[in-house]
Design a protein around this ligand. Structure first.
Ligand code: OAD
Length: 231
């Protein structure tokens, strides 16, 4: 079976009702990114940051995967599929994708403030108590925090993502402005000769000089077109 690797960003979940980060109406307009999504912001005002992610988590409960997520999951019938996502939502998993790498963490999980990447401390929040409060403790006794990779922190899943791309036959990028590194640099690891598809309703500034099949559509319509191109 051929292997398809996807790289998805916030645009993947727009048709489910979630916001993107950049551009007018984006999340970072309403919430300054340095306050709610950086390690310095967390150290300065942990309760503001916990509140921001509590809100995001409760919002995630109200939305569903869209046709784009479902079409990616359905490709597992005919391809080996790896989804590398910058999204912290769980919509790929809920649509049925079984091999998802979260570069920026997972909203539904919590971890230790002292050792956020120690998997012994990562746990799924219980459905009946999705909020993290000041004073909640991880198993090592430190303050429980969201399992999110913030600006200023390492991206430990990046090496798994690079490994997945090494033997890819097709690479598909959906709904990311490719502004945030190292995720945006993944394109550099697509082996020469591997066709790259880009699905986005807007122009994307791709810094790498590489020929892309640009499908200028939203995630769902774009995935329909990709599926028909692959047939
Ligand atoms: P951005 O908000 O930077 O980019 C979203 C992209 O989605 C843009 O290129 C839009 O044109 C596109 N888009 C909009 N509607 C779409 C639709 N219906 N279908 C498909 N695409 C659509 O989001 P990301 O690139 O994901 O990190 O942002 C990367 C990282 O920056 C995030 O993971 C987050 C953020 O700061 C952290 O919080 C650490």
């Amino acid at each position: 079976m051929k292997k398809i690797v996807f790289l998805t960003g916030a645009g993947m979940s727009v048709e489910s009702g979630l916001s993107t980060f950049r551009g007018s109406g984006g999340m970072w307009d309403e919430y300054p990114v340095e306050k709610v999504a950086s390690i310095e912001g967390y150290i300065e005002n942990p309760s503001l940051v916990l509140e921001f992610y509590n809100k995001r988590r409760n919002e995630l409960l109200t939305v569903q995967p869209n046709e784009g997520h479902r079409l990616i999951a359905a490709l597992e019938k005919d391809y080996r599929v790896t989804v590398v996502t910058q999204n912290v939502d769980d919509l790929h998993e809920r649509a049925g994708s079984t091999n998802v790498i979260h570069l920026h963490g997972e909203l539904m999980k919590a971890t230790s403030s002292r050792e956020p990447n120690n998997l012994n401390y990562v746990r799924r929040l219980p459905a009946d108590n999705l909020n993290i409060a000041i004073g909640d403790k991880a198993a090592d006794g430190s303050q429980l925090r969201p399992y999110i990779v913030w600006f200023g922190e390492a991206v430990p899943m990046m090496s798994d993502a690079i490994d997945e791309l090494r033997d890819a036959d097709i690479f598909v990028i959906i709904g990311t402005s490719l502004n945030v590194y190292p995720a945006a640099g993944l394109l550099n690891y697509a082996p020469a000769g591997v066709p790259v598809y880009l699905i986005d309703p807007n122009d994307v500034n791709v810094s790498q000089h590489r020929w892309l099949n640009f499908i200028k559509k939203g995630a769902s319509e774009g995935m329909k077109e990709l599926v028909s191109l692959l047939e």
